[in-house]
Design a protein around this ligand. Structure first.
Ligand SMILES: [Cu+2]
Length: 695
């Protein structure tokens, strides 16, 4: 480990800093190399039930000449306690989340000017002084993966910007939103999402996880196991400008496991993070890739003296906060065995491991990411692999004394007690609108990055842009996403989940990959024809990727059925550098069942879709009983319920509720548990949950 510079000292000696001095690095403390990996602390709740996170930063930016080590940090402290950094938000389905975000960050020198920020006059969720636009001390929170409201005070990331105390902006922001009663149990996470500066704050470490309780109801095998929350992060390496043409073997970023560093530039012999497990002990590992730009190809490996490393089975129970379940919401009879799990930035995996036998060496390993990307292409010479993320050991597994174990063995049958109804029926619904999107970029130095709906012209995201996609809900759509660029990109959509139908035109076998995701990686263009992949946009002035003859592609089935998520939000590349440079667009979900039904009929008449019918939950629950006799849209009861629901929805969507003063959100008119922004289905309707099903 290189010694840490305290930037305030550097400022004093080099006279390079302005009047602003950065806070010392111990404001956001980190573990020394070789520490035991411990799960982050649970967030505490005040007497009012609210969580209270304080945002701080330390050190100056990577472009500050006084900071050659690129050491800068961002953190969220539970109740402003420096010993309780990036706490776990432990939540339950059906609860209301109240969380106060208090911004105590400082404006500091040396951060690159945000690439794209709000145009003057943009209406913000909170008033933002002109002088602050683009400042690194602005922040907000995105509740990644949560199927909750995108309205102000909920998971709203486009206009919600919390300025620092003393800056003239809003220092304390109260989030208040409901978690739907059918939210899947699993591992979600939070991170800042101010467009243009999200990457820097995430590289600085401002990321943490959220759990929704109840995984054992779907996978009883996890009950009683030691839970290990592992948060993988990345950070800048010291002064990359010194070594611009680093070898293929050298990664772009350093990484850490729960803030224990795995530094590429570390002195040889620097100890690795240490994960402890009893000999042969089964543990429930919940891994979040909270890195800004880095992917992981996770493996658990054992080795006996004199032998090679052997990949060990990982018993997958959930991806991206959704238990592995079939289209009826039924968990697999046993955990899905994998010997590697690919985690692009923002992805999560939850799995059971079995600790090594006593005397066996063990490690958590990330395989070479380029090799993985190349393995997805039968023509590996066809693209220029530019993702410099070599293999590295993430942690050594330390065997502690053996612990008594339950009788269950690897992949033992797991008798579930519940079914997951939130996404049930997604695959059999036949009312589907197809859309296509593609990733490209402006190859100029510091150029913009784009995600574009087919037929539109590529343009960088701007906060004031209108939605690129408008969907009348409830609806199910098929999105084809293509990568026509010469580096990999990662598709993520807020608020909803999807199933993968096809990868590069080949259907995905749902019995082998019964996962619902919110994030998916796209390798680079697969075939450049006669074009030069080093010059991918030659003679392509519109930057639509015409030189790419065979884009990497995925076809996704998007679930836009829940009124919980009505509103405007974003989809984007989750390589945060790309998102900050414009690879993002807005989608508006409008709760309008009548219009959705009309559109479904039109699509059906065009031969593109089948009918959608609305059925009672009790009938949808038993899919074997699906018969044409079920209730149709137009049913008087259904209409009256939907009208009531629609009325409630329109009320919570009024943008006026986003006005704020003195750091407190004004409650919307008629505020109550059922009409606050982010409210789940109104309580009086909850007894009659309506559900879409297909025939
Ligand atoms: Cu990208």
């Amino acid at each position: 480990m290189k010694p840490r510079h305290h930037i305030n000292l550097a400022c004093g000696t080099l006279l390079l800093c302005g009047a602003v001095q950065a806070a010392p690095l111990d404001v956001c403390p980190r573990y020394p190399a070789g520490s035991i990996v411990t799960s982050p602390p649970d967030a505490s709740q005040g007497a009012d039930g609210a969580f209270h996170l304080f945002a701080h930063n330390a050190g100056s930016g990577p472009e500050d000449p006084a900071n050659p080590n690129f050491d800068y940090r961002f953190c969220l402290l539970d109740n402003d306690d420096p010993a309780r950094e990036q706490p776990v938000l432990r939540l339950n389905a059906g609860q209301r989340v109240n969380l106060v975000l208090s911004n105590r960050m400082e404006s500091v020198p040396g951060f690159p000017a945000p690439h794209v920020m709000a145009a003057p006059g943009t209406k913000l969720c909170v008033p933002l002084p002109e002088t602050l636009k683009g400042d690194i001390s602005l922040t907000n929170l995105h509740y990644h993966g949560m199927n909750v409201s995108p309205m102000c005070a909920g998971d709203e990331t486009i206009n919600t910007i919390v300025a620092a105390q003393g800056s003239g902006g809003t220092a304390d922001f109260r989030y208040s939103f409901a978690i739907p009663s059918n939210e899947p149990p699993g591992l979600y996470w939070y991170h800042p999402h101010v467009h243009g500066i999200a990457q820097q704050q995430m590289l600085g470490g401002m990321t943490g996880v959220i759990t929704v309780a109840g995984m054992e109801k779907f996978y009883p095998a996890v009950a009683g196991l030691t839970e290990k929350i592992l948060v993988l992060r990345d950070s800048d390496k010291p002064n990359p400008a010194d070594n611009p043409n680093a070898s293929e073997d050298e990664p772009w970023k350093n990484v850490s496991v729960n803030f224990v560093p795995v530094n590429w530039d570390a002195t040889p012999g620097t100890p690795l993070p240490r994960i402890q497990a009893g000999a042969g002990e089964r543990q429930f590992w919940r891994v979040a890739n909270a890195a800004a730009d880095t992917a992981f190809v996770l493996k658990l490996q054992f080795r006996n003296a004199g032998q090679d490393w052997q990949d060990q089975p990982l018993e997958l129970v959930a991806r991206d906060a959704v238990p592995v379940t079939d289209d009826n919401g039924i968990p697999q009879g046993r955990q899905l065995l994998q010997n590697r799990i690919v985690l692009p930035p923002a992805a999560r995996a939850e799995f059971i491991i079995t600790g090594p036998p006593a005397g066996t060496e063990a490690r958590l390993y990330s395989d070479d990411y380029n090799d993985y990307l190349l393995s997805t292409n039968p023509n590996p010479n066809a693209f220029d692999a530019t993702d410099r993320q070599p293999a590295r050991v993430l942690a050594q597994i330390e065997t502690t004394a053996a612990r008594p174990q339950a009788a269950s063995m690897a992949s033992s049958p797991s008798a579930h007690t519940e079914r997951l109804d939130r996404f049930a029926g997604l695959m059999v619904l036949s009312s589907v609108r197809a859309r296509s999107f593609f990733f490209t970029k402006d190859p100029a130095e510091d150029g913009n990055f784009f995600i574009t709906q087919e037929g539109n012209k590529p343009h960088a995201f701007a906060m004031e842009s209108p939605p690129e996609v408008v969907v009348n809900m409830p609806a199910v759509e098929e999105w084809t996403v293509q990568n026509r660029d010469n580096e990999s990109h990662v598709f993520h959509i807020h608020q909803v989940h999807f199933r993968v139908l096809e990868v590069n035109g080949a259907p995905v076998d749902p019995s082998k990959d019964a996962t619902l995701l919110d994030t998916i990686v796209l390798p680079p263009c697969r075939d450049w024809g006669n074009a030069d992949p080093e010059d991918p946009y030659a003679n392509d002035p519109d930057l639509t990727g015409t030189n790419c003859k065979q884009p990497a592609s995925v076809k996704l089935r998007m679930d836009f059925r829940s009124p919980d998520v009505a509103g405007t939000f974003v989809y984007h590349c989750h390589i945060l550098e790309h998102e900050d440079k414009g690879m993002m667009a807005k989608i508006a979900l409008v709760w309008n069942p009548q219009q959705a039904a009309r559109e479904a009929r039109v699509l059906k008449n065009q031969g593109e879709a089948g009918p959608i019918r609305l059925v009672r939950e009790s009938e949808a629950r038993d899919r074997a009983a699906h018969r044409p006799a079920l209730l149709e849209v137009g049913n008087a009861l259904g209409n009256s319920l939907l009208a009531a629901l629609k009325g409630e929805r329109e009320e919570v969507q009024r943008p006026e509720i986003c006005s704020a003063s003195r750091g407190e959100i004004k409650a919307p008119r008629g505020d109550s548990a059922s009409t606050r922004p982010g409210a789940s289905m109104p309580g009086r309707l909850e007894a009659m949950v309506m559900r879409w099903a297909a025939f």
